[in-house]
Design a protein around this ligand. Structure first.
Ligand SMILES: NC(=O)c1ccc[n+]([C@@H]2O[C@H](COP(=O)([O-])OP(=O)(O)OC[C@H]3O[C@@H](n4cnc5c(N)ncnc54)[C@H](O)[C@@H]3O)[C@@H](O)[C@H]2O)c1
Length: 268
């Protein structure tokens, strides 16, 4: 019997991961505080199918307040997806929330895993935002991270914490740096969600900057498969991997090719 914990289980990526783990036979404990960064109803909908599954248990709560010693009993894998995501809201007063959810919560979890005898892997969901405006393309994992957002800073700090607990206490961590993930249930603050909504309601699509930025996008099922591989490949322990679609795309190109009007707004 394989027992997996998914933090951030009600979120975009976490909810897909829960479904796939259940389908492969795992017993899954989903943890989520259902915060109001976006619609709580959407988060409940994300878990609607999994909630009915006999091998799924939902724990509603904040990572920092849970009894981890008890929770980690017999757990094989932790997929740590919970975080305060989003680049733009990490500036200003919002920053405190990012340090709480991304750094402090991760530290609490890592501290508990020091004594988790059954734990085979802790997979940490990091981000391409730790690179900032990377000048080398394609971007190698080995380049020096230079985040250009407070969000990126907090995720990099959490990555480094994972590394520290691996070095000092042999916590079997693997870090995955996702490049913008898209697909069903994408967060409402993300581009594709906004584009599709604008398309459905015949609205103008807002674009930040000049819209000529390029990005590598990752389909949700690829992000999930990357997690499964990170959990099973022995050589992945202590390693960091970029997870992307492998092709750069331009946002204005995406919007214009679908016949939409777009509006260029000022950069941050
Ligand atoms: N979506 C992307 O394109 C993308 C890209 C790079 C990295 N990531 C990372 O992937 C992970 C998942 O992203 P997502 O898009 O699914 O985000 P999401 O906001 O949809 O899901 C995160 C979930 O975590 C929960 N949560 C946050 N802090 C918590 C805490 N301390 N305790 C309990 N629950 C908590 C939230 O309620 C939310 O449901 C995050 O770590 C994010 O930084 C996502």
């Amino acid at each position: 019997m394989t027992v997996s914990i998914v933090t951030g289980a009600a979120g975009f990526i976490g909810s897909h991961l829960v479904e796939v783990l259940l389908s492969q036979g795992d017993h899954v404990i989903g943890i989520d505080e259902f915060n109001d960064y976006y619609s709580i109803d959407l988060k409940y909908q994300n878990l609607l199918a999994s909630q009915k599954h006999p091998r799924f248990k939902l724990i509603t709560g904040e990572i920092q307040t849970l009894n981890w010693q008890e929770l980690l009993e017999g757990v094989d894998f932790i997929y740590h997806q919970a975080a305060q995501a989003g680049v733009r809201s990490s500036w200003g007063v919002g920053f405190r929330n990012y340090t709480e959810k991304n750094i402090n919560a991760t530290q609490i979890l890592l501290e508990a895993t020091k004594n988790a005898k059954s734990l085979k892997r802790l997979i940490f969901a990091s981000t391409s935002s730790i690179y900032g405006n990377a000048e080398t393309l394609p971007t190698q994992e080995s380049i020096c991270p230079q985040p250009i957002s407070p969000y990126g800073i907090t995720k990099l700090a959490a990555e480094r914490l994972c590394w520290l607990y691996h070095q000092n206490f042999q916590v079997p961590i693997t870090v995955l740096r996702y490049f913008t993930v898209y697909g069903p249930r994408q967060r409402p603050d993300m581009a594709f969600h906004k584009f599709f909504k604008a398309s459905l309601y015949d609205e103008v699509v807002p674009i930040y900057g000049d819209g000529k930025q390029t990005r590598d996008f990752t389909f949700i099922s690829d992000a999930v498969v990357a997690n499964l591989a990170a959990a099973t490949v022995p050589e992945a322990v202590g390693e960091t991997f970029n997870i992307g679609g492998g092709r750069s795309s331009c946002l204005v190109g995406c919007v214009a090719s679908h016949g939409r009007n777009y509006m260029v707004s000022h950069p941050l």
